[in-house]
Write a protein that binds this ligand. Sequence first.
Ligand code: GDP
Length: 187
Amino acid sequence: VNGDSDAKNLRVKLVLLGDSGVGKTCIVLRFVRGQFDPTSKVTVGASFLSQTIALQDSTTVKFEIWDTAGQERYAALAPLYYRGAAVAIIAYDITNPDSFHKAQHWVKELQKHGSPDIVLALVGNKADLQDKREVSVQQSTDLPLFNIAVLVSPKDGIDFAEKNRMFFIETSAKTADNINQLFEVDQ
Ligand code: GDP
């Protein structure tokens, strides 16, 4: 991940994009506060939080996280947040195919208008709702999740991520599954 750096302290601007209701705010709050609040309020405009993590070699990474509103009427504001971002997390809800289509739209927009070296991460959230799953993925069990290029039998999420050379992971803000792993992309 490229960010402003002196070697030991990286600063990474990160933006979350995706349909309203896919769980962007919950993902950030899970990561930053370690909490899940099922009554979390809809994000209006965008909100900002930061979190610093320490890597094994004593490097620290400060994530400056912009959580954007998914509503159509704020779409025109999105470039203000993704411009200059080192990482864009594009989230969808695995129980909601429309949100997956919307994610594809965001990917295209970022590929066209984002910085050329932006790291894109596609995230299928609400992975705890397996019985309601409508966007399916298949992943090799013995390979790291992020190693998209070598994943086998891609379908839907994986297939799309692979074609677009992005990171891909499924998360649950509710159970905390893979939330920390998500933010450790490209360590
Ligand atoms: P945002 O509009 O993308 O920021 O979505 P929110 O973070 O506000 O979450 C929308 C709704 O989805 C809320 O009712 C959350 O409780 C719920 N939610 C978020 N993440 C998860 C998850 O991982 N699993 C489940 N089951 N529900 C979730």
